[in-house]
Ligand binder design. Structure first.
Ligand code: AGP
Length: 586
């Protein structure tokens, strides 16, 4: 949550603010409570910030007119202090000569603030972050050089952080990272970037340097310095080239990222399948899983729905798999011989990280599947697997969901020694489903006129129904619940009255027809997204599929329906209220 970016350039070039603003727009999905920028040139530090979205704040605060050699940018998802102008980042010290942006939460900020106030420091915000520039100011006052003061300030902090700092008199951006992501982009033309993730600087460079937990350092326009526990890190060992073919981080003619990313699903799945089929790490992971005592599949939100596919496949064989909602990890105990499969598209979800830590202490080994090379979760895993969905900037997981499902199908087929050739058809099935259902979902979106909706299915369709319900909740603010259709008779059906929408997700099962009749006879407005013709409702869309590939046929209409209901209601599906793309707080 919160996005941070720093740009260091040797030239004071007017186009730098354009680079910064476009980077902020690509970071906005991490938090859209407020936006702020700090620049540094010969005249000192200039901070402009306010509550609101990137486009509005850039216009209102004339951010395009800022000049400098160094820039910091921040998009905020508020944790400490209300989402208002004064709590927007960057935060500065008493003198205005130090500016800081931060992603994370500091658990000891109250004690630090009291101590600093007793020393005469004046605070302007209610945030935890503001202690950082004051701490650095204090250490400089006591005679330390800039980097030593920054390091001393960082070592006073408890909690989680990715921090960027600029200071008058310095042509470098200082950084520190603990439990929150931070990566460096090596640009051409004496211009370097440091940011929460790759997406903001992808259009400018794909050469990156990873920063690990506990590391501090600085970026200049032409160099990178990293150290850990006082020892210099060899940056050359950390440089790698990103190889996304779905690299575009712009809307590319679509109205919203969510719609663009649904349309990118076939390519994302194709890339994921071809990479994973030739990945030796998949073979290693499948060997470990085949020999496991139990497999805990740990994930949150959409990733948890993907986890349910895998546990279902494994439980239908002779293996034991347990799906775990990451935040509920303390309800489980692993032991030596158990394996954890952690699923997280971002690779940074805090609940998943905490679950991994706990299960590792219990004695389990860790396998992960993420969409971000060298993400924290990947680095904390014994075996790292990657899907190749490319950057996903809409808050709603769409192409990463189907890519997760594809990677899990490959993994389960390897574990169960199955032929994987059936997967070759997945991208085409997805493409047909997107093309053939979009018009109908647009029309259906006008028929979802109730405050609540049920999604019902059976077997392999249940996780899809759950995912459909989550999508419409998060982007369209419609109360939705998903159940195994049989279970709906044990309580939920009491809510069904004339016109109540019930969406059946039917992966070709005749058994579901009985449940459709039951709902219909109680006045429900029945919708059917199905791989077979049920002839039980006019609101039916038939998607083409093959056995075992149903998730690829049924997911796009569910995602498109949520998208169009959102747009009809005047909501921005890319920026739904209260949500952030990556949840890095408890
Ligand atoms: C998906 O649409 C949601 N935004 C959310 O549930 C998400 O899937 C969840 O926060 C997990 O994220 P991760 O895959 O990055 O760990």
């Amino acid at each position: 949550m919160c996005g941070i970016i720093g740009i260091a350039s040797s030239k004071k070039d007017r186009t730098l603010t354009d680079v910064l603003v476009s980077s902020l727009a690509r970071l906005e999905y991490r938090g859209y409570d407020s936006v702020g920028v700090a620049s540094l040139d010969e005249g000192g530090i200039d901070v402009r910030k306010a509550k609101g979205k990137v486009v509005e704040v850039v216009k209102r605060k004339k951010i395009n007119e800022m000049t400098g050699y160094l820039f910091l940018g921040h998009t905020r998802w508020a944790t400490h202090g209300a989402p208002n102008d004064q709590n927007a980042h960057p935060h500065i010290d008493c003198t205005g000569k130090i500016a800081v942006v931060h992603n994370g939460t500091l658990t000891n900020y109250k004690e630090l603030r009291e101590e600093l106030e007793s020393l005469g420091h004046k605070f302007r915000s209610d945030t935890d972050t503001e202690v950082i520039p004051h701490l650095v100011e204090e250490f400089v006052k006591r005679g330390m050089d800039s980097f030593s003061a920054f390091k001393a300030a960082v070592s006073s902090l408890k909690g989680s952080y990715a921090i960027l700092m600029i200071m008058e008199g310095e042509r470098r951006i200082f950084f520190a990272r603990l439990d929150n992501p931070l990566v460096i982009g090596l640009g051409e033309d004496n211009k370097n970037f440091v940011a929460s993730e790759y997406a903001p600087f992808l259009p400018f460079t794909s050469t990156v340097v990873t920063i690990q937990d506990g590391e501090v350092g600085f970026v200049t326009p032409s160099s990178v310095y990293i150290e850990k526990d006082g020892k210099v890190v060899d940056v050359n060992d950390r440089i790698h080239k990103l190889n996304f073919s779905v690299i575009s981080a712009s809307k590319g003619g679509y109205s919203h990222f969510m719609l663009k990313e649904i349309h990118e699903s076939p390519l994302a799945v194709k890339e994921t399948i071809s990479t994973m089929l030739s990945d030796e790490a998949v073979v290693e992971a499948s060997r470990i899983i085949s020999n496991a005592n139990r497999v805990f599949v740990v994930a949150a939100g959409t990733s948890y729905h993907a986890a349910l596919f895998f546990t279902r496949y494994l439980n239908l064989s002779s293996l034991t798999a347990i799906p775990v909602i990451a935040s509920e990890y303390s309800s489980y105990k692993a032991k030596s011989g158990d394996v954890v499969l952690a699923l997280s598209q971002s690779g940074e979800t805090l609940d998943v990280k905490m679950a991994i830590k706990k299960f590792r202490n219990d004695g389990a080994s860790i396998i992960s599947i993420t969409n971000v090379i060298e993400s924290t979760i990947s680095r904390e895993s014994d075996v790292k697997l990657y899907m190749r969905a490319g950057p996903e900037l809409g808050v709603a997981a769409t192409k990463t969901f189907v890519s997760q499902v594809a990677s899990l199908m490959i993994l389960k087929s390897r574990v169960l020694n199955e032929d994987t050739s059936y997967l070759a058809k997945a991208p085409q099935i997805l493409e047909d489903a997107v093309e053939e259902t979009e018009g109908k979902m647009k029309r259906w979106s006008t028929l979802i006129d109730f405050p609540s909706v049920y999604y019902l299915s059976k077997g392999i369709g249940v996780p899809l129904a759950m995912e459909g319900a989550l999508k419409i909740k998060e982007v369209a603010y419609v109360h939705a619940e998903a159940y195994p259709a049989g279970e709906s008779k044990h309580g939920p059906i009491a809510l069904v009255s004339e016109g109540f929408p019930v969406i059946f997700v039917n992966p070709g099962l005749d058994e579901l027809k009985v449940n459709m009749e039951e709902m219909k006879s109680r006045g429900a407005k029945i919708f059917s997204i199905s791989t077979v013709n049920t002839n039980l409702t006019d609101n039916e869309v038939i998607v083409k599929s093959e056995r075992d590939l149903e998730p690829f046929a049924l997911s796009p209409p569910l995602q498109l329906l949520a998208f169009y209901v959102s747009v009809n209601k005047g909501i921005d599906p890319d920026r739904p209220r209260n949500l952030a793309k990556t949840v890095t707080v408890e």
